[in-house]
Design a binder for this molecule. Structure first.
Ligand code: TUI
Length: 316
């Protein structure tokens, strides 16, 4: 069994966290991942606090195990969701798309373990200083909102810059990715794209089919001009967004408004043409819909075999 300090920290069997994917990670997925021995997350995304509270209640009815919530810091409801997490005594918070500095004290005083996503060593150090339990170092291979560095470059530099555990994210979808993350010094992994096709993932069938058919070069990045680049599958929506981004006559506000609602359209309505089908670059490895339990156990069995010596073939 692969056991790391992340297992003790979060009270989980396998050192894996499910990505807090907006409009995707709901109570059903979070509960399934936690039941399977990882840490499931409910993504607060841009959702109003009532939705988040309801999903927490639902997840608690589906599993006795712990799960966390992901707070997306660009949400207009961030302040309310931050307070709700304390009221609901959520055990773990992960954050994304910004610095959670202004909320850290309240969360930590409430006994919540905070694992911010960081895209640089500077933010990792700041988060350690502010009392984070661990950080998630997410490379730009990920789907959704991304940072500049790759996982391969980011993870070892973050590992060397802080003393708390580092979770690797971005481009990890099988046992090879898990093994590589551990070799880079990570204490565990966060996985998003592969859980899109978990049986318990409630996204539209069209989204799942699209992911299963996607190949290595099928994603692209837009939104750099807005300061929050987003990786998603190439489609008419992403291509037209890229065109508008290049057009100097299109204002930042117009561009921002053009993107609003795109992910919901893809994940919930199944619009694969004009929705924003967020996915990571590793989508080409994701070929089968299966229960979260099978995803997790196969990833860790494979990683264990690799770390036990399958790499011996290189050593003479
Ligand atoms: O947050 C994510 N992925 C997301 S959020 C999201 S919802 C959304 N939709 C449209 C536009 C924008 C967001 C979809 N996917 N991943 C975690 C993540 N955080 N990746 C990168 C970062 C990050 C980047 C810079 C975190 C902090 C940061 O620096 C902030 C600072 O102040 O230093």
């Amino acid at each position: 069994m692969i056991k790391t300090e992340l297992c003790e920290l979060l009270g989980i069997e396998y050192p894996i966290i499910q990505g807090g994917m907006a409009w995707v990670a709901d109570a059903e997925l979070a509960a399934a991942v936690s039941e399977a021995g990882g840490l499931g997350l409910i993504a607060a995304a841009n959702a109003p606090p009532d939705w988040v509270r309801n999903e927490i209640k639902k997840a608690r009815s589906l599993t006795k195990k712990q799960f966390g919530i992901n707070i997306m810091l660009l949400s207009p409801y961030t302040d309310q969701v931050a307070a709700l997490a304390v009221e609901e005594a959520v055990p773990v918070i992960t954050t994304g798309a910004g610095s959670p500095a202004k909320y850290m004290k309240d969360w930590i005083n409430a006994g919540i373990k905070v694992l911010p996503v960081v895209a640089s060593c500077a933010l990792a150090k700041r988060m350690q200083r502010m009392g984070a339990s661990a950080v998630i170092a997410e490379g730009g291979e990920s789907g959704g909102h991304i940072g500049e560095l790759t996982t391969m470059a980011l993870v070892p530099q973050v590992v060397d810059s802080i003393q708390i555990p580092v979770v690797a994210a971005g481009g990890i979808a099988d046992g090879r990715g898990v093994a590589a993350a551990l070799v880079l010094g990570a204490a565990g992994v966060q996985v998003g794209t592969r859980f899109l096709v978990a049986t318990e993932c409630t996204i539209h069938e069209n989204y799942k089919k699209k992911i299963l058919a996607a190949e290595d070069i099928d994603t692209m990045v837009t939104g750099r001009r807005l300061g929050h680049p987003v990786r998603a599958l190439k489609n008419p929506f992403m291509r037209s967004f890229a065109e508008k981004e290049k057009d100097e006559n299109v204002t930042l506000e117009e561009l921002e408004n053009y993107g609003v609602g795109g992910l919901r359209k893809a994940a919930r309505e199944g619009d694969m043409e004009w929705g924003c089908v967020m996915a990571g670059q590793i989508c080409g490895l994701v070929k089968k819909e299966e229960p979260a339990k099978d995803i997790i156990t196969s990833m860790f069995e494979e990683a264990e075999a690799i770390l036990k010596g399958a790499c011996g073939r290189w050593i003479r």
